[in-house]
Write a protein that binds this ligand. Structure first.
Ligand code: GDP
Length: 316
């Protein structure tokens, strides 16, 4: 049987960039993306799923390339009116984006699982790839700071990652159930590769790995697992990854991310600038232009990750 299916694990901004590339170089519905839902939260009575929405908007061609989140051609009438009423304005909700949250919240309240809602949304957005939450159960990332434990969006958006963190937890993860669609993708005989997108390892990928059964199912899949570094030359392209690493006592480097994934991954795609420092990690290192500025960059990096998987498979 031809091995033509690919499973990608993704957070929001960095993950969605590569997921878009994968979706464009793979045929039809070959791609399944499993997204972090540890960032999900309730706000203004709405159920918000930032990483799933970034994937939906990016793969649906609705994304705002300037912000990396939210929709393009967004208007802000709701926020303006909310501020006038003295409402909570620390989390930006554009008018178009609001529709996603209102409709998701309505369907969740009616008893529909998140996975079914997202599957319907991606069909309506004309996305061929399957997009799955890591679980339909509630998992919430929390970070420990000098101010005590904070809900993720309180730390990430309200406080703009200012407090230093000393620990991270994924509340509810131990009781979360892996979705059948996620398990099926991992046990599919035609699975060619598992791609760990260049997402924040601590708050985007590790919540997915914390769902019981995920790590073992990845190992048992016996297909090449390829990660792409979210760190380029000791810096995060965007967001707090490097800052968090330093605060957690981990060197902010591409090599440290690979060590964190350990034997879960078979090959590691890094920027040319980081190839030398990753040479002795005991895994296949694939140097590339890891910064995805253009659509061609996203496609090229996707192809490099898939080629790396095929090479690992051929060498096995
Ligand atoms: P979040 O959930 O929105 O924070 O998004 P992710 O966890 O998926 O992405 C954040 C990570 O993406 C950060 O560590 C960035 O350094 C990384 N990132 C963003 N753009 C790029 C890029 O073009 N190339 C690479 N290699 N990493 C990127």
């Amino acid at each position: 049987m031809a091995k033509d299916r690919v499973l990608a694990l993704s957070g929001g901004v960095g993950g969605a960039k590569l997921a878009l590339g994968l979706g464009r170089v793979l045929p039809g519905d070959a791609l399944t993306i499993v997204a972090n839902t540890g960032d999900d939260f309730q706000h203004l009575g709405l159920s918000i799923s930032p990483d799933l929405d970034t994937l939906l908007y990016t793969l649906g061609g609705l994304d705002n390339s300037a912000t990396g989140w939210g929709q393009r051609d967004e208007t802000w009438n709701f926020m303006t009116a909310l501020k006038k009423l003295g409402g909570e304005a620390w989390f930006q909700l554009g008018d178009r984006d609001l529709a996603t949250h209102v409709e998701r919240t309505r369907r969740l309240a009616a008893g529909e699982p998140l996975s079914s809602i997202i599957d319907n949304f991606r069909n309506r957005f004309g996305i061929a790839a399957r997009i799955l939450p890591m679980s339909d159960d509630k998992v919430r990332t929390r970070v420990k700071t000098v101010e005590g434990w904070l809900d993720f969006q309180d730390y990430f958006v309200r406080q703009q990652c200012r407090p230093a963190i000393s620990d991270i937890t994924f509340a509810g993860a131990a009781d979360a159930t892996m979705l059948p669609g996620f398990r099926d993708a991992l046990t599919d005989n035609s699975l060619r590769a598992i791609i760990v997108c260049p997402s924040n390892p601590f708050i985007s990928i590790e919540p997915i790995l914390a769902v019981p059964g995920v790590r073992s199912a990845i190992r048992e899949a016996e297909v090449p697992v390829i990660a792409i570094s979210p760190i380029i030359g000791g810096q995060a392209v965007k967001g707090p990854t490097a800052k968090m690493m330093k605060e957690l006592g981990i060197e902010a480097s591409a090599a440290a991310v690979a060590r964190r994934y350990g034997d879960l991954i078979d090959a590691y795609v890094v920027d040319h600038a980081d190839a030398e420092s990753c040479a002795n990690l005991g895994m296949t290192i694939v140097p590339a232009k890891a910064l995805m500025e253009t659509i061609e960059d996203r496609e090229a990096l996707a192809r490099i990750a898939l080629d790396a998987a095929d090479q690992v498979m051929a060498a096995a």
